[in-house]
Design a protein around this ligand. Structure first.
Ligand code: ACO
Length: 329
């Protein structure tokens, strides 16, 4: 039975089309200066109209499979963490299974909003440590542009489309996921705080829901901001304690990329040197379940995260959900 779950491959896919703040100035009453100052976002990627979340996920998964040097038939389980699935059912993960030819896997979606990928890693860790599975594909992927109200300046400037993937494999070497801490607080389960009101069993699609734009994301930004600044440092400290390490031991901190001001507040509360904090929210905006894994993949490919490094990842999202993990690469 493997004692550790190691990340042996990562990959990501960012759609080619770039939407800048200046492009948004032409769509809603906003401006580049406001968006940069309040969010740190400069541009974001937008998937083509004919692309669904699984199309992005398949591309990211292929890269991760290549880096891990495995055969898709080796994959035992596929988890796609997303709140923008191709369809409610079949799951996005089943479309991904078809796309990569992972015929021996079982596949399902995981819904935990922006915390999805860390939830997925925690599950993969448990499944591998249990001895039942050896190779798991965890993907965070979103096509947010399809659930955005492009007339709402409060939300349309924040989000982007992306997918990131990780191959997690059992190993006896003392590396991989050293500890994780995930949680949720259903007292904050409120679609108007952060969520999409219609399309589910509470409010099925109707002419009225379409007319009222209830199939788009709703958010009370200031409240969400405060929750993020409180919960992320707490989750970070908890997982550091579980792993038996300190801030000084961490080589790279990858926080959820929602807003540069949230990242700065979390960084300062934890006392991180800015050079140890990975930030790419300026290029991609908030890509929800994809943010931490596309950042990890980018850091590995840039050489900022190397074999043996200790990585801390922390995130929070709608639900309320949160998760943190310490990984030895
Ligand atoms: N352009 C210009 N002005 C704007 C824009 C815009 N795009 N958006 C809002 N404003 C205006 C508001 O109308 C308001 O004007 P008023 O003072 O005349 O009423 C003013 O700017 C200030 O608005 P606030 O909402 O107070 O601005 P704030 O500094 O809080 O920033 C923001 C807003 C960026 C949304 C911030 O609150 C935030 O980042 N919140 C967290 C978002 C987040 O992390 N979401 C996570 C989602 S994760 C998931 O699970 C999907």
């Amino acid at each position: 039975m493997a004692r550790y779950a190691a990340i042996t491959g990562t990959g990501s896919y960012l759609p080619e089309k770039i939407l800048t703040n200046f492009d948004l100035e032409k769509i809603v009453d906003t401006n580049d200066e406001w968006i940069r100052q309040r969010t740190g976002i400069v541009e974001r990627r937008i998937a083509e109209p004919d692309m669904a979340t699984s199309d992005l996920c398949v591309r990211a998964a292929r890269q991760a499979i290549k880096m891990a040097e495995i055969d898709p038939l080796d994959i035992d389980m596929i988890m796609v963490c997303t709140v923008t699935p191709d369809s409610f059912f079949p799951s996005t993960a089943c479309y991904v299974q078809q796309g990569i030819g992972a015929k021996n896997a079982y596949a399902f979606d995981l819904s935990a909003a922006c915390a999805g990928f860390i939830y997925g890693l925690d599950l993969a860790d448990g499944m591998i440590r249990s001895g039942r599975y050896q190779t798991i594909l965890v993907i965070g992927g979103e096509v947010f542009n399809k659930i955005i109200d492009w007339t709402d300046r409060n939300t349309c400037v924040l989000f982007g489309d992306a997918a990131g993937a990780a191959i997690v494999q059992g190993t006896d070497a003392a590396k991989g996921i050293l500890a994780s801490y995930v949680g949720s607080d259903g007292d904050y389960a409120d679609v108007d705080l952060l969520g999409m009101p219609a399309g589910g069993s509470r409010l099925p699609a109707s002419h009225e829901t379409v007319d009222q734009k209830l199939h788009t994301i709703k958010m009370r930004g200031r409240e969400v901001f405060k929750l993020g600044v409180r919960i992320m440092p707490e989750a970070a400290q908890r997982v550091l304690d579980l792993a038996g390490v300190t801030i000084d031991d961490i080589d790279l901190f990858i926080p959820h990329q929602a807003n540069a001001r949230i990242i700065e507040a979390v960084r300062d509360r934890l006392g991180f040197d800015p050079e140890k904090v990975y930030v790419n929210v300026d290029k991609y905006g908030n890509t929800s379940a994809a943010t931490t894994i596309i950042a990890l993949d980018e850091a590995i490919r840039e050489g900022r995260a190397k074999t043996g490094d200790l990585i801390l990842m922390v995130t929070f999202g709608a639900g309320l959900t949160w998760g943190s993990t310490v990984i030895r690469l």
